[in-house]
Ligand binder design. Structure first.
Ligand code: PGA
Length: 255
């Protein structure tokens, strides 16, 4: 695997944190802290802060993403946001299938597939999340499960759309727990995701898709995780809310 074939990406998932005003202020701090980054930098605030964050990020290297996206263009889907609504604002990325969406909001592999396809069709970059829970890891099914989640998420996705596809391996037991996967565990599963991509699209195409690790990645452990051949960046929760910590991870990914 050749890391030079793909770009490194560090994306901050702010989850349900920050008002619009607080979010805009945090962008100012992050922009100052990251300077000119050596990798792609994305922040994903709550929907209601997207406009403020887009304004605050204008003229900086920071791109903006949503934390979710619906698969229909419009209609009777109370509480949902359509891909075209995001692109019309200037949003470039959308997280799809985060484990908190799967766990608390009944997302399934099938709806993750629909959302992935709709996001890509609308021109968004889709950050598609996969990962096992603790019981599944202990049962030894991690690689099988993550490969299956990846395969289902990508049903119907065309090779030409891969330029806007990012995968994120996020073991559920590592998210927000302070319990990070070891570099070897992260590298193994990110490698398995790439093997699945290669099975679907061929190895040249698979080598171009960034595969991120997420789950308690922080300023202290980022460099070791990112040194793995198949770990191309991070999807950062808690540490993305602190400008200095987030910038240190960006530095580790782009250095
Ligand atoms: P965490 O969250 O970094 O707080 O573990 C990662 C994520 O859920 O994307």
């Amino acid at each position: 695997m050749d890391k030079t074939k793909r770009r490194a990406v560090v994306a901050g998932n702010w989850k349900m944190n920050k008002t619009a005003a607080e979010a805009a202020a945090l962008i100012g701090e992050i922009a100052a802290a990251v300077g000119t980054p050596g990798c792609d930098v994305v922040v994903c605030p709550p929907f209601v802060a997207l406009s403020a964050v887009l304004d605050a990020a204008a003229g900086t290297p920071i791109a903006v993403g949503a934390q979710n996206v619906h698969y229909e263009e419009s209609g009777a889907f109370t509480g949902e946001v359509a891909p075209g609504m995001l692109t019309a604002l200037g949003v470039q990325y959308a997280i799809v299938g985060h484990s908190e969406r799967r766990q608390y909001f009944a997302e399934t592999d099938e709806t993750v597939n629909l959302r992935t396809r709709a996001a890509l069709a609308a021109g968004l970059c889709a950050i598609v999340c996969v990962g096992e829970n603790l019981a599944q890891r202990e049962q030894g099914v991690t690689v099988d499960l993550v490969r299956m989640q990846t395969k289902i998420a990508l049903q119907g996705v065309q090779e030409a759309e891969l330029a806007r596809l990012i995968l994120a391996y996020e073991p559920v037991w590592a998210i927000g727990t302070g319990r990070t996967a070891t570099a070897a565990q992260a590298g193994q599963v990110c490698g398995a995701i790439r093997a699945q991509l290669a099975e679907l699209y061929g190895s040249a195409a698979a080598d171009g898709v960034p595969v991120l690790y997420g789950g308690s990645m922080n300023a202290a452990n980022a460099a070791e995780l990112l040194a793995e051949a198949d770990v191309d960046g991070g999807l950062i929760g808690g540490a993305s809310l602190k400008a200095a910590d987030f910038a240190a991870i960006v530095q580790a990914a782009g250095g």
